[in-house]
Every structure is written in C-alpha cells, then in structure tokens.
Write a protein that binds this ligand. Structure first.
Ligand code: FEO
Length: 399
C-alpha cells in the first residue's frame, strides 16, 4: 500500500514505521517502536536519499514504486551504511543496475563488506562536493562519527533541506506525525529523542559539535533525519538540545536517584533521601530502579539532570550487577560534567561505594557532592544525620 507523503512540492518521504521491533541495535529496548525515513527528490532527475531497514522493506518499496510510477530510478545517495538504512541497497542495485550511486569512499567500502555490492556506476563524494539534481544542488557535508565514520550529510541549496542521517532522529513511530510541528513533540518524542541521542550518538559529542559548527553556516529551512519526524519549524528547539547534549551540559537542575536493591534496604535509603531533598526545597527529584529498567533510560537521565545519586548494595564483594551495568554504560557513553553522590550498602563489608567511586571519579568532569553514605544492612536511626548531611550537600549544590 502506498503511504508516500510529500515533504515539499518535489520531495517525498517514502519510509515506514516498525512497531514490531523490540530491541534496537541488539541492545536498546524500543517500546514505542521506531521509524525509518527515506526520501526521494523528484525533479525530473530523480534521486533516492538512503534506503530503509529490512523490517519495513515492503512499505519502503511500495512507496518508492508509487512515486516513480514506472519511471527509472537514476540516482541513489547513501549517507550512512548502518543496515537500518542500507538494507535495501542490494535490491535497488538489482532492480536498477545502471543507477548512479553517490557516497563517500568509506561508504563504498562498507557497501561491499556488508552486501558484496559494487555499483557499476558510482560517484565518490567528499566534504564540499556538489551534485545537481534538476534544480536542486546537493552539497555534501562530512559528519564523521555522527555516529559512524563514513557518515555524510547532504544539504540542498535549492530548498534549504538538511538530510542529517541519524542526527536529530528519535525512537518512536510517526503515528501519522510526519512533521515535528504536527504533534506535541515534547510529550510524544523528547524523552525518546534524548534516549536515542545519549545512547546512539552520545559518545561522540565532540564530533557533533564540529558538525553543528558547519551547519551554523548553512541556511537550514528543514531537517530530514533518518528516524522520527521532519523539522520544518522551530528548528532551534532540536538544534539547541543537540548543542547542550554534545557539550555534555545538563538540560535542567535536578536530582536523579538511581538505586539497585536486593532486599529493599538500599531502596529504603534512596527513598528516604528523596524525601529529604524535597523537604529541603529541591523540586526536581526522580527515582530510578535499576533492576528492571534498562540502563539506556538512566544514561538519558544523566544527559538531562545536573545531579546523580547512585545507591547500591555490595554483591559477593563486588557491585550489585544492575548498578554495575548502569555505571558502565554511562562510562561508555562518556557521561561527563555531572555532580554525583554515593550510597553504599553491604552486610559483610560494604564495597559497592568504592567500586562506584572508582569508575565515576575516572570520568571527565565528574564532581562528588557530600560524603559517601555507607551503611550495613539497613539504615539505623543513628545514621540519619549522615543522610541529612548528604541531603544538605546535594540541595546546596543546586542553589
Ligand atoms: Fe539509524 Fe546509525 O543508523
């Protein structure tokens, strides 16, 4: 069934929504599904801008054929070779063997490595090169490590569209919302956009900053990412978020208390601290339970809030595994420049706080707030004053 949609008078969206996928990149849960975007510039000369994931191949193919209406596809731009956007390349080459494929040198290498695909006609492009497609002129902008090495954006000088590959994308299906201004983006997409950025691109903030600097010199009227809605209004909203995230600056003052627990005693300490923070006038407090919640949610929290509290028991003289997973993911995604506080528990001999401290203190720009609160088995009444002191320190750090 044809579900192609017009983006402009001669640009079409020909992607699809995947509501059946539960895991992205084999590791990140996507309860809201994900969309895969592909675009067709149809100005007499026709160029396909990336393909789609195999999960939406039939939707993509049907959309493509309906716009082509029996005409031949002459050109295909491949900006990113991760298979969620390149899966249909082999099928395109089979159907249109004379097609001209436009990509970076590295992308052509990956095309062969992934699919054994060696296009008969190819145009290798690099930073600053241009390509005329009818009245459109595509200028190529290298976006290395945003978030793969071969990534190339394309900026259309005719209509001001930036084809931004994974950048400015989000988890979640369109649900009819092709443009970000057709829904309440903040309530429908922002949390998933942050989780997408922090877990997919987050490690490469310095590279994102370089691309944002290049983009600031372009007159961008529209952003067409490969996941999620297209931006045609209020572009500064999402660009501003990317600027903050890639500088590892928090979005808001607030405390995210992350705990793992075996028998409820570490959980009780985390909850008690949350109450004490509220009593001290800290409005923005959230509590995360690490045992069931995937670390990707807490990595996103780390990109959002100024303060993080980690509360975990000792497990066989090591750190309780759910918390170890959370902290390790934060380290790998290079969370930095945050204030953190520690609560350690252990019935034989508390060790968890030492292990958490070792990892967190090794991360760039991380600053511990308050004394580490350590208890054995459960928080005694006599220890409450130590927890009060920790709450005072955290509240003070927010003022
Ligand atoms: Fe959505 Fe890096 O692929």
């Amino acid at each position: 069934m044809n579900a192609a949609r017009k983006v402009t008078e001669d640009v079409y969206w020909i992607g699809g929504d995947d509501r059946n996928a539960h895991i992205f990149e084999g590791t990140i849960p996507i309860p809201e599904g994900v969309s895969y975007n592909s675009y067709l510039i149809d100005d007499g000369d026709i160029i396909l801008m990336d393909t789609c994931d195999r999960s939406v191949t039939e939707q993509f193919w049907s959309n493509l054929l309906s716009v082509l209406g029996g005409r031949k596809l002459g050109n295909m731009f491949v900006g990113h070779m991760e298979p969620d956007h390149s899966s249909c390349i082999a099928r395109i080459l089979e159907a249109y063997p004379d097609i001209n494929v436009i990509a970076s040198a590295r992308a052509f290498q990956m095309m062969e490595a992934f699919f054994g695909a060696v296009p008969k006609n190819r145009t290798e492009v690099k930073e600053g090169d241009t390509l005329k497609v009818g009245k459109h002129t595509l200028r190529f902008v290298q976006a290395m490590m945003v978030h793969w090495p071969e990534v190339m954006f394309a900026y259309d000088e005719y209509d001001g569209t930036l084809y931004s590959e994974d950048a400015f994308g989000t988890f979640g299906t369109h649900d009819g919302c092709l443009f970000a201004d057709e829904c309440d983006f903040d309530s429908k997409f922002m949390d998933e956009a942050r989780r997408y950025y922090s877990n997919i691109v987050g490690k490469y903030g310095d590279h994102v900053q370089k691309v944002l600097a290049k983009a600031s010199g372009l007159d961008i009227k529209r952003i067409c990412p490969l996941h999620g809605p297209i931006w045609r209004k209020d572009l500064g909203r999402i660009i501003g978020k990317y600027d903050l995230w890639s500088r590892y600056e928090p979005e808001e003052k607030g405390v995210c208390i992350i705990y793992s627990t075996m028998y409820g005693n570490t959980e009780a300490a985390a909850e008690l601290l949350a109450f004490k923070l509220k009593e001290r006038g800290v409005d923005n407090v959230i509590v995360r339970r690490a045992m069931e919640l995937h670390p990707s949610y807490m990595v996103a929290d780390a990109f959002r809030y100024t303060n993080l509290v980690f509360a975990a028991p000792t497990y066989n003289n090591e750190l309780h595994p759910p918390m170890a997973h959370v902290i390790d993911d934060m380290r790998r995604m290079t969370v930095r420049n945050r204030k953190y506080s520690l609560i350690g528990n252990g019935s034989w001999g508390p060790q968890s706080q030492k292990i958490m401290s070792e990892v967190l203190s090794s991360m760039q720009g991380m600053e511990q707030v308050g004394e580490t609160f350590v208890f054995k088995s459960s928080v005694s009444a006599a220890q409450e004053k130590e927890l009060n002191a920790l709450a005072d320190a955290i509240a003070g750090s927010l003022s």
